[in-house]
Every structure is written in C-alpha cells, then in structure tokens.
Design a binder for this molecule. Structure first.
Ligand SMILES: [Zn+2]
Length: 468
C-alpha cells in the first residue's frame, strides 16, 4: 500500500481498512460512515460549528425537498445544476402534481423563507448555516469522500445584509473562518478568485480554497460566494432601508464538504495508514501494556496510573488479546497520534515510552510527568504536521513564464502553476485547452509582465492546475 506510487488505490484502501467508510453500499457514489469515521467527522464538525457559532452564525435545518417551481426560479442557478438534480416524482403510486427536487444545495429552499423573514434593515444581518446531506447526480467517476452522489457532510452558510459593504465584509469573515478551520486541521490551501465562467451559478463572484493531493492534482475544499442581489431579486427578498425605501437584500453563501476529511487523510496519511491531528482523532493516546508472564500485575498497575494521568485526553487502553506488535500495527492504521507503551521494565522504573505516530519518534518519560509530556507531544505534533503539510504544498507551487514550461511542470510534477494572465476570457479558455488543466483563478497580488499565453498586458497572478 504505497501512497506515492498509487495514491488512488491507497486512499480507497485506507478509508476501508481504518474503518472510515464502508464503500460497498449498492448505490454508486454513496457510502456508509462507519463508527470510527463518524467520530472523526463529528470532531471535524465540532471545530467548524465552534468557529461559526463564535462569529454569530446560527444553526438551522431546512427540508431536503424543494418544489420544482422554487427550484426553477433562478435561471442561471438552474442551468448550473440541471444535469445533476434527482427528482421525486411519486408519492407512493400517485404521481405528484409538483415534482420535488432533492436539494443539490439549498439556496432555493432557504431564500423563499428569507423573503418571509426579512422586512426591514433591522432584521439583518441574517447569518445561518446547516450541516446536511445533498444529492448530485454525478456523471464523472465517483470516489469516496471526493466525488459523491450523496454528499453527506455539506455545511452551507447563508447570509443576508442591508448593504453591499456588509455583504463584502461577510465574504471576508467567511474567508477568515475557513482559513482558521483549515489551519486547525493542518490542511494547507491556495485561495483563488474563480474565473467568471467557473463561478457558482448565480453568484457575482466565487472565491475558492484548493489544496493539492499527493498525486499532484488540486482539490477544491471550500468556496465563498458573493451573491449580490441575484437571488434576492429572484425570490423577492425585499427590505425597507434606513431611508424608508424598498431595497433588495445583499447575500452571500459559503460551503464545506466531506472533501475536508478526504484531504486530511490524503495529506497526513502514510504507508502505515491514517495519521490524524490530535484535535480530530477519536483516540488521542492509546496505551499498550506489554505483558510478560508472571509480571502482569506491576504492568497493569502502571497502566492504570497512566490512564489516570491522561484524564482529559481521549485515551484508550488496549487490553485485548494479541501481540504488542499487532496492536501497534492496528493503532497506526487508525492514525492514533500518540502510543504509550508500558512493559515490565517501565513498570519497575515508573516510566512509559511515548511514540509519535507522525514521526515514529520514541521517548521514555517518568510516569509522574506523563500528563505534561503527552500534552506537550500532542502540541508539538500538531505544529509539525501543519508545518510539514504547508512545506509540501509550497513545494508543489511552481512559477512558469511560458505555456511550454507550464505543460512540462504539469506533466512531470503536477501541483499548481503560478503565472501572469491578462484576465481575458478567450485567452483563459485557450490556456485551459492547451494545458488540459483548469484555471483555479486569480489572487489579489498585483502582476507585471506579459500574459503567459497572449503576451498582452498581465493583470493578474493566475493559478492553474489539473484538478479533481
Ligand atoms: Zn492573455
């Protein structure tokens, strides 16, 4: 199971063997969260909910079904999703008068309600989010956690504002929340404003987070959209402004999906299995007693002492049958950050051996200091896992001055190309065709020099990659 040699097989294998998902469910593109995976997911969501709640967002839950009439109202939005919608057409044996869409995303479920909730500028801002499953009839090859027909972990936030400035400020807040979220999970990212032809259907503009997976392809892991008044005009979200006039609300929305978990697994895992950051690991420390006949008691006493010292962390003592070696193998596969080994000699000397999952580094510490030593080791791990992932991404961002150079880099190494672009659609589309790659978009740095393709005046720094 080599991550570097066959990333795709490695990822599926690890998701299965570590107990994240069962990928045998008999509907293409849908998978089962198993207990261990569900705990990882719950920990990821706890961090995300925390960040949203502390910035004044409120959690809500809208119905899964959207009436056809509402769904079809926003023409551009509909066009963007028409190939992907699942429709409910029958109630039992009776054909429904109104077809119902399984939400592919919830703008058209939420905004008709916003129209009822919002009367005056004083009703805003509204900042709500929900964590739900959404359905998309993917025609491309589906992949666990990456390309799904049922996205099971879709966190979508929706906001409404009384001024365009406040909506703009909300976009900034969303970007900063997502940055903190990805930083916490040790997932490095590149932020790009998507080209106009690739923005969210119905948005004024889209800003996206992309990371790079070990096979050199980029993966979109989060998006933030400024919707302007496009949807509020469609759904009549009107309010009385401070001058007493009716005005359309200014809106934003932003989303995160299962892909966050996919990228954490992909970026930090290795040939031994998962390697989870302590923040999201269902088990942060596993204690493995190393028992020798006739000396069980002393070891088990030391193990109890260790367990007590680690109260406050998520600790598991592996008292099961099996050799220490097979237990090490098992918990390494599960990505448990810290292993604590206690054998007869440790018990005698009142010590324990700490082993870090990320580096394999071993350290003997006094049992009396175990609590402090374990906490310090977990903190160091978080920092070094984050740093390693950031360095790896940096190494995958390469400057290119010509299309030939860009093509060579994409072929040999992949990752993200950084270059200069004129900003013209025609030129951008040609770049995509020539390189068989995607324009991730532009950043907000200023650019100088000629456009990589047409040689015209460079206006933007452009990111290009082959992507999922
Ligand atoms: Zn150009």
């Amino acid at each position: 199971m080599k991550k570097k040699e066959d990333f795709s097989t490695w990822l599926n294998d690890i998701i299965d063997r570590a107990g994240i998902l069962d990928i045998r469910y008999p509907i293409k593109g849908t998978y089962v969260w198993r207990p261990y995976g569900f705990k990882v997911r719950a920990n990821v969501l706890r961090i995300l909910r925390g960040l949203l709640d502390e910035t004044g967002h409120e959690e809500v839950l809208f119905p899964l079904l959207i009436p056809e009439e509402e769904f079809m109202k926003e023409a551009i939005h509909v066009k963007g999703f028409e190939d992907e919608v699942y429709w409910v057409t029958h109630g039992g044996l009776t054909p429904l008068n109104v077809k119902l869409a399984l939400r592919p995303t919830s703008e058209t479920a939420i905004y008709p309600m916003f129209a009822l909730w919002i009367r005056s500028h004083a009703d805003m801002p509204i900042k709500v989010y929900q964590v739900v499953n959404v359905f998309r009839y993917e025609t491309k090859a589906t992949r666990p956690l990456i390309r799904l027909r049922e996205i099971t972990t879709f966190k979508e936030a929706h906001t409404a504002h009384a001024t365009p400035e406040d909506a703009e400020r909300q976009v900034e807040e969303a970007l900063s929340i997502y940055k903190r979220f990805f930083d916490t999970l040790g997932i490095p990212y590149v932020v790009s404003k998507r080209p106009d032809w690739d923005k969210f259907p119905g948005a004024d503009y889209t800003i996206a987070f992309d990371t790079v997976l070990p096979d050199g392809r980029s993966l979109q892991i989060g998006t933030v959209h400024n919707l302007g008044t496009n949807f509020s005009k469609t759904f009549d979200i009107l309010f009385e402004n401070t001058q007493g006039e009716q005005e359309h609300a200014y809106q934003t929305c932003y989303g995160i999906s299962d892909r966050v978990i996919a990228s954490h697994i992909a970026i930090h895992g290795d040939d031994k299995g998962l390697s989870l950051m302590p923040e999201i690991a269902p088990v942060q420390c596993v204690i493995v007693p190393i028992i020798f006949k006739g000396r069980e008691e002393a070891v088990l006493r030391a193990v109890e002492k260790a367990e007590k010292a680690l109260k406050g962390l998520r600790v598991h003592v592996d008292r099961g049958e099996g050799t220490p070696g097979s237990k090490f193998y098992h918990w390494e596969m599960k990505g448990v950050p810290l292993r604590i080994e206690i054998g007869p000699r440790d018990a005698e000397k009142d010590t324990a051996v700490l082993v870090r999952r990320d580096t394999g580094e071993k350290k003997t510490v006094p049992l009396g200091d175990l609590s402090g030593s374990a906490a310090a080791a977990l903190r160091e791990m978080e920092a070094s896992m984050r740093k390693k992932a950031e360095d790896e991404l940096k190494a995958m961002i390469t400057e290119a001055a010509t299309l030939e150079e860009a093509a060579r880099i994409l072929r040999e190494k992949g990752g993200i190309i950084r270059t200069v672009w004129c900003g013209e659609k025609e030129c951008g589309v040609e770049i995509e065709e020539v390189l068989n790659a995607k324009l991730l978009g532009t950043n907000n740095e200023s650019a100088s020099g000629p456009c990589i393709h047409c040689g015209g005046k460079g206006r933007h720094i452009l990111h290009i990659s082959r992507s999922y």
